[in-house]
Design a protein around this ligand. Structure first.
Ligand SMILES: NC(=O)c1ccc[n+]([C@@H]2O[C@H](COP(=O)([O-])OP(=O)(O)OC[C@H]3O[C@@H](n4cnc5c(N)ncnc54)[C@H](O)[C@@H]3O)[C@@H](O)[C@H]2O)c1
Length: 259
């Protein structure tokens, strides 16, 4: 019930980090994987990796911030295929600055990819899936949708926005056979978080805050995402699946003596 054999799944952001790991995971479960990214060289490299491992994949370019690009890229990728069974969208950007120093240009840049971009993708995939009356869409939120820290204002705001976007889409399309969910990662080692890893005290503080006492590898986000795409999640919609090593369960102030 977790297999994706015979399904066509688009993975946007497949050129790096979690998107690449998810693309590999989808292919491992038998899905035909459409690897899309703003960086087509990296998307092709992911599709090549899948091909070398005996899986089925194609690659293409997409800019989620541009709705024409989204529509065209999905149409191109789906040419000759039966339909779109699943879609995963991972791209997001972050500008870590305090509220008092954030510029309007930085605000617009982050919101344009993280909110408008995800909306563009959700809308384009929704048009296709509502028509075929089936499909599963997985967006990427974050623990930052619920808890935050200094310097994460706009990023956190967009990750909370993804939650309500997912919930609204689930309510609009549930009766039409289309499920919409999000994964909410904790701290994952990817190029996005490389600046944290480069500062040992910061990196260790995040590991210490996590009940599992470690960061995740990107490959550990593939299982939760494949679950949401698969028939194992046939009654799951409108939910945020936090894969955070227990981060949100732990207030982290103090561990009582002897515990
Ligand atoms: N890494 C973490 O610790 C972490 C934690 C919580 C949430 N997340 C979320 O997980 C998702 C994936 O993060 P990641 O760490 O893999 O990031 P990443 O930066 O490693 O990868 C993002 C990919 O998206 C692509 N991309 C960027 N802008 C694009 C655009 N406009 N159109 C198409 N593709 C574009 C990039 O080329 C890149 O391949 C993000 O939504 C992020 O917010 C990550």
């Amino acid at each position: 019930m977790f297999r994706l054999d015979g399904k066509t799944i688009a993975v946007i952001g497949a050129g790096s980090g979690i998107g690449q790991a998810v693309a590999l995971g989808v292919a491992q479960q038998g899905g035909h994987t459409l690897c899309l990214d703003i960086n087509p060289v990296n998307a092709t490299a992911t599709a090549d990796l899948i091909g070398k491992a005996g899986g089925s994949a194609a690659a293409g370019a997409i800019d989620i911030a541009d709705e024409v690009s989204v529509r065209d890229a999905l149409a191109d990728a789906l040419r000759g295929r039966g339909g779109l069974d699943g879609l995963v969208c991972t791209p997001a950007i972050n500008v870590r600055k305090t509220i008092l120093t954030y510029t309007g240009e930085e605000f617009d840049r982050v919101v344009r990819v993280n909110l408008r971009g995800n909306f563009n993708v959700l809308q384009a995939a929704g048009h296709l899936m509502v028509q075929q009356k089936s499909g599963s869409i997985v967006l990427f939120s974050s623990i930052r949708s619920l808890v935050t820290e200094p310097g994460q204002s706009v990023y956190s705001m967009t990750k909370a926005g993804i939650v309500q976007l997912v919930r609204t889409a689930a309510t609009e399309w549930g009766q039409l056979g289309v499920r919409v969910n999000a994964v909410g990662p904790g701290v994952i080692e990817t190029p996005l978080t490389a600046p944290i890893k480069a500062q040992p005290a910061w990196y260790q503080a995040y590991a210490d805050k996590t009940p599992m006492k470690r960061w995740a590898q990107a490959s550990e986000m593939a299982g939760p995402t494949v679950f949401l795409l698969s028939d194992a999640a046939s009654y799951v919609t409108g939910t945020i699946l936090f894969a955070d090593g227990g981060w949100l369960a732990n207030d982290g102030r103090f561990t009582p003596p002897g515990m």
